[in-house]
Design a protein around this ligand. Structure first.
Ligand SMILES: *Cc1c(COP(=O)(O)O)cnc(C)c1O
Length: 410
């Protein structure tokens, strides 16, 4: 599949597997089919490409947006009203208004957002609030996150006060959201989060008289970046949440929503790049035609992304390489001290698990350009779903007619 795609499109590019993305959406929907009103709101920031969003729409998903352009993207793909979750943050006030105009659910991040929303779009009948329980988030004795250090959400006291104010201002139903751990492959993560949200929501409904409409479990379900790591069993996750649900809501009636990004598309994307340089100094380096602007996670988080070499899968991994890009920046490395088969110039390298927070986190440092995105469609064809940037794109925000003319860009 990678060689075929590379025969058609110049490297580097991200390749996405349509069938795999559809299968993940179907598995997730099945895992939560016990809940009558379950819906996934795909986190647009993970893979903001309209071709992908339309596929997910066909699979019954909504979208989770956190910016004006993400709202525009959702709108352009035909998402409307309750198919859109707007996760507020320290964002421009007009974005609240935009979300309300689309009829999206608004998920407030802070008690001060109540006044902002009232002035910019108005308080809706159904409102969602983001909860931050503070302290450490534990499953058993293992610390899985540190909500107390996170910038998001209402404290418990603010939540009670905020919901009371929202009721006075006309809200009748509420949803409760929290995101307490990122890239968590433990099947106990969602159930543990659900327990906290279910208990808190029930308490808040009793205290305020607002009706509880839904629980939003947000994102955070992880994927196995390491080759020997286990895939998160989404059916076990769904079953764990069901048990927690039935203990608190035996009568049902409360919807469940998720905002998965990484789990949905992460393993269904690959960055395809070609080895261009070999360098032997104190270490052995392979320079490829992609760089950190195409995939920031290794440089930014030291994240592991598995790498394979096309056509060399049967060869022993007996060479130790740093796989680098071309940025003038020493952390521009896709792998450090990675054991790989011997690589020669022209080899096609595949960097795995780039389907979420991959291309999307791209930037233009060093004047480098973002790559194309290609869809491996269910009909067996390869479709360009985003072209690579060109210098014209890079210069587009500059008011420099003369310069553009001088460069022959006009
Ligand atoms: C980033 C984000 C998500 C998706 O997170 P993943 O780790 O990709 O599952 C969901 N909801 C909100 C509000 C987010 O900011």
């Amino acid at each position: 599949m990678f060689e075929q795609a590379a025969a058609q499109y110049a490297t580097p590019f991200h390749l996405y597997d349509e069938a795999g993305i559809r299968q993940n959406a179907r598995d997730l929907n099945k895992a939560f089919s016990w809940c009558k009103d379950f819906q996934e709101y795909f986190a647009v920031k993970a893979l903001p490409n309209p071709a992908i969003l339309r596929i997910l729409k066909e699979e019954g998903c909504g979208v989770d947006c956190s910016s004006e352009t993400e709202l525009m993207l959702a709108e352009s793909c035909g998402f409307t009203g309750r198919e859109i979750m707007f996760s507020a943050n320290a964002m421009p006030y007009e974005e609240f208004e935009h979300a309300r105009k689309l009829g999206a659910y608004v998920n407030l991040d802070d008690i001060t957002h109540i006044d902002i929303l009232e002035k910019h779009g108005g308080i809706p009948e159904t409102i969602c609030c983001r909860f931050n329980p503070g302290g450490d988030f534990k499953i058993g004795t293992a610390i899985m996150g540190n909500p107390g250090d996170a910038k998001y959400g209402f404290t418990p006291a603010q939540l009670r006060e905020g919901l009371t104010i929202l009721k006075q201002k006309g809200a009748r139903r509420f949803g409760l959201h929290a995101f307490l751990s990122s890239n968590n492959t433990d099947t106990g993560y969602y159930p543990a989060l659900a327990k906290i949200l279910f208990a808190t929501a029930r308490e808040m409904a009793d205290a305020t008289g607002l009706e509880l409409a839904f629980i939003n479990l947000s994102g955070g379900v992880g994927i196995p970046y390491l080759p020997d790591a286990q895939k998160t069993d989404i059916f076990a996750v769904g079953e764990g949440v069901r048990q927690a649900y039935e203990a608190v809501f035996p009568e049902g009636g409360v919807a469940i929503k998720t905002e998965l990004g990484r789990w949905m598309t992460g393993p269904m994307g690959w960055l395809v790049t070609r080895a261009m340089h070999r360098k032997d100094t104190y270490k052995h380096y392979i320079g490829v035609d992609a760089c950190a602007v195409n995939l920031m996670r290794p440089a930014m988080y030291g994240a592991y992304h598995h790498i394979t070499v096309c056509g060399k899968g049967d060869l022993p991994c007996d060479h130790r390489y740093d796989v680098t890009g071309c940025l003038c920046e020493n952390n521009d490395k896709f792998a450090i001290d990675r054991m790989l088969p011997e690589i020669t110039e022209g080899d096609l390298l595949v960097i795995h698990d780039t389907g979420a927070h991959g291309h999307a986190m791209g930037y233009n440092y060093n004047g480098r350009l973002r790559s194309a995105e290609v869809l491996y469609a269910t009909d067996g064809g390869y479709r360009l779903i985003r072209r690579a940037e060109t210098p014209r794109d890079y210069f587009a925000t500059l008011d420099m007619d003369e310069c553009a003319a001088g460069l022959g860009l006009k």
